[in-house]
Design a protein around this ligand. Sequence first.
Ligand SMILES: Nc1ncnc2c1ncn2[C@@H]1O[C@H](COP(=O)(O)OP(=O)(O)OP(=O)(O)O)[C@@H](O)[C@H]1O
Length: 276
Amino acid sequence: MAAVQGAVNQAGGPALKLEARGLHKHFIKRGQPLEVLRDINFGIAPGEFVAVVGASGCGKTTLLRMADGLESISAGSLLIDGQERTDPGPDRGFVFQQDTLMPWRTVLKNIALGLELQGKPKRAGLEQARRFLEVVGLAGFEQHYPHELSGGMRQRANLARAFCIEPELLLMDEPFAALDAQTREIMQSELLRIWERTAGGTVLFITHQIDEAIFLADRIIVLTARPGRMKDIIDVPFARPRDLEVKRTAEFGALYDHIWKMIEEEVRVSMGMRSG
Ligand SMILES: Nc1ncnc2c1ncn2[C@@H]1O[C@H](COP(=O)(O)OP(=O)(O)OP(=O)(O)O)[C@@H](O)[C@H]1O
């Protein structure tokens, strides 16, 4: 396929960090094609935080894996900095639902792992890891092993590891889904704090939770039921820095209801039910 060039800004640099153009994806399942994503188009500016929501199975994780280079593209294109995306690279960080800490490494050495893989000298890598360990509030736990931490602490170490490599594009797939409701809320505000403190780059964040998407993101992409298509892109009107209190406001509740109705409609369509 011919290389596709993305839009450039006035300074000559790419105007968009991540851009999907007419993106399609299908898998072959038991010999039959399964269409998962159809005609996905969006552009994400450098430094923007964008969440993706949609019914279960609409292709959210697949979209993220395509951005990371873990999944092939069936048609259309996905550009990073104006260039067709390549295999996974050090410019991208990926955070999964389950932490991916190595049980035999201390917390500090887990956080430093990405830097080690990038070839950063050991001492400098550990120093940088220590800084990020402090940012996520784990000072004092450097020499602990993952099994000695709570689920929330492990996910904080996981975040520190992702932010530590200072990725220009951070891809997050329901990173707080395995946490209890209270820890999840705290982690949401921790994530914003870390992101703001470390100039955390561009984020594409997948979630099932509408309130999480509204609280975190600048914009929210709503996908239809499978095959996932663009249903809407919503601007989130809340100023930063954001406090969890914003979730209790009427404006937040109204936006939540609006997005929930869109997703409910899609789930009903996919189940062959009429809305109402
Ligand atoms: N490697 C694969 N081979 C075949 N089918 C796949 C593969 N990966 C995903 N699928 C199918 O693609 C569809 C979309 O999956 P995906 O995990 O992207 O959805 P999702 O929106 O993230 O779902 P959920 O919200 O439930 O996590 C599903 O029907 C899934 O079974």
